[in-house]
Design a protein around this ligand. Structure first.
Ligand code: SAH
Ligand code: SF4
Ligand code: F3S
Length: 446
């Protein structure tokens, strides 16, 4: 019997990757993916715990799903509801307390046991839970996601985090840092490329901390892995995210100057421009370290653009700290950024710190920072007009004959050209700038 599976995903790209893998695994057990929750026999929520808002969204979604399940029941159909991801890991049994109608709670390292959990749920009266950390098995048994003609794909190479920034739940929800073996990563990359993928984004909560034994028996770092991927014919572009500034070693910086496939765009979370706040956050770098690192990257790859994450209103953040952040942002210049108000997460050291910053102050600081970052982003996008960028074409555009691709800087680029096909990498002269995209014409096709 074919059953239908609906997945809703929140949080980071690793959750997106995991959702696809869970779908591939469940497909082997008769589940076909649907984008309509109303017709699903199994609803899987892949959740995020990073900020309070993210976690609360899950419970409001569960409230809606409860009604949906009731309506389906009246029509004689049963619906199973599973909570996966970081809320499942962080809250465990508490999920059943807050939402007793949930059938399954499954943590990020137990996905390979989903079929078994479904079978157990069919026999049991109450909900079933699995939040073990059995990382080694997860990647072996959770199969490769369907590529479905995608030009760009994610590939998780590292999971977990040992950094313990004082504000962050990830070390608790994803567990200790582990790297996937190089041979496994290369094999998955080869399968993706054979299926037509031309761009791979290597994923990890601390992706630049990746290390492992290479096929040559030597110890590899991320730079070495990237160089091996760059030798794969057909793979046009390589990205990696998210990097911690501390783990950006000299080899990786050098790779940016030497590996043409490596996109000149790097997400490098800064969080704050104040050394005092960075220390309290346990980030283990100073504003100067960050400045120096960016300088090195720009030396080897002058066209590199940066994206970043910021937290305003960390406990004890004074006006002068906030101003230090604004000044450093002005000095460095970011092409793109995410910024957040500090959210106190249960169990993290920062949640218990004194001198929590009042919400209205956080609000104002966030508005100031975002105004600056938005202006930088607009200026960066507008500055692309007249430049020639490598664009990888991913999908049809809204107008007939038009294709949409991505620049190295993740900008959407619209081009109408009868010679162009999805999957092509072409040099495009940018002629127009719109708030959310660029447009241009092909100069040299590849
Ligand atoms: N591993 C990455 C970030 C993972 S979380 C890194 O080290 O930078 C993504 C972003 O969420 C973080 O960079 C941070 O800016 C933000 N974030 C994490 N915890 C937060 C919290 N408690 N409150 C507000 N923002 C938070
Ligand atoms: Fe969280 Fe810090 Fe680890 Fe990033 S490095 S995942 S912010 S603890
Ligand atoms: Fe969220 Fe977990 Fe990713 S908390 S950001 S889904 S690692």
């Amino acid at each position: 019997m074919r059953r239908k599976l609906f997945i809703k995903t929140w949080g980071c790209q690793m959750n997106v990757y995991d959702s696809d893998r869970m779908a591939a695994l469940l497909a082997r057990h008769g589940y076909e993916r649907t984008d309509r929750a109303e017709e699903a026999d199994l609803i899987l929520l892949n959740t995020c715990h990073i900020r309070e808002k993210a976690a609360e969204k899950v419970y409001s979604e569960l409230g809606r799903l409860r009604q949906l399940r009731e309506r389906r029941r009246q029509q004689g159909a049963e619906t199973l509801i599973a909570v996966a991801g970081c809320v499942a890991q962080a809250e465990g049994e508490l999920v059943f307390e807050r939402a007793p109608f949930v059938d399954i709670v499954v943590g990020p390292q137990a996905y390979h046991r989903l079929p078994e959990l479904l079978a157990r749920r069919a026999r049991a009266l109450g909900g079933v839970i699995d939040t073990d950390f059995a990382v080694d098995r997860k990647f072996d048994e959770v199969s490769l996601p369907e590529v479905n003609g995608a030009v760009s794909a994610f590939l998780t190479i590292q999971e977990g985090c040992d950094k313990f920034c004082t504000f962050c739940v990830v070390p608790y929800t994803r567990g200790a840092e582990i790297s996937r073996p190089a041979a496994e990563v290369l094999a998955e990359a080869r399968r993706l490329v054979a299926a037509g993928v031309r761009e791979i984004t290597l994923l990890g909560q601390n992706v630049d901390a990746w290390h492992g034994e290479g096929p040559d028996g030597r110890s590899w770092n991320l730079a070495r892995l990237i160089r091996a991927l760059a030798e794969m014919p057909g793979l046009a572009r390589i990205r990696y995210t998210t990097s911690h500034p501390l783990d950006m070693d000299a080899d990786l910086v050098r790779a940016h100057g030497e590996v043409p496939q490596l996109a000149p765009f790097l997400h490098l979370p800064l969080q704050s421009g104040s050394d005092r706040v960075l220390r309290a956050m346990n980030r283990r770098y100073t504003a100067d370290d960050y400045r120096r690192l960016v300088g090195e990257l720009r030396t080897v790859r002058p066209d590199i653009a940066l994206s970043s994450d910021f937290i305003v209103g960390f406990p004890g953040e004074r006006e002068e700290d906030h101003e230090a952040t604004l000044r450093l942002v002005e000095e460095i210049g970011f092409a793109q950024a995410y910024s957040f108000k500090f959210s106190a997460r249960p169990g993290t050291p920062a949640a218990a710190m004194r001198q929590q910053v009042p919400d209205d102050v956080k609000e104002r600081r966030l508005a100031e920072l975002q105004a600056l970052l938005d202006a930088q982003m607009r200026a960066f996008n507008a500055a692309q007009v007249g430049r020639t960028l490598e664009v990888l074409f991913e999908r049809p555009g809204r107008h007939p004959g038009q294709l949409v691709g991505r620049s190295p800087y993740m900008q959407a680029v619209h081009v109408s050209d009868p010679e162009l096909a999805i999957g092509d990498l072409a040099s495009v002269e940018i002629t127009e700038y719109h708030p959310h995209s660029l447009a241009g014409r092909v100069v040299t096709p590849h």
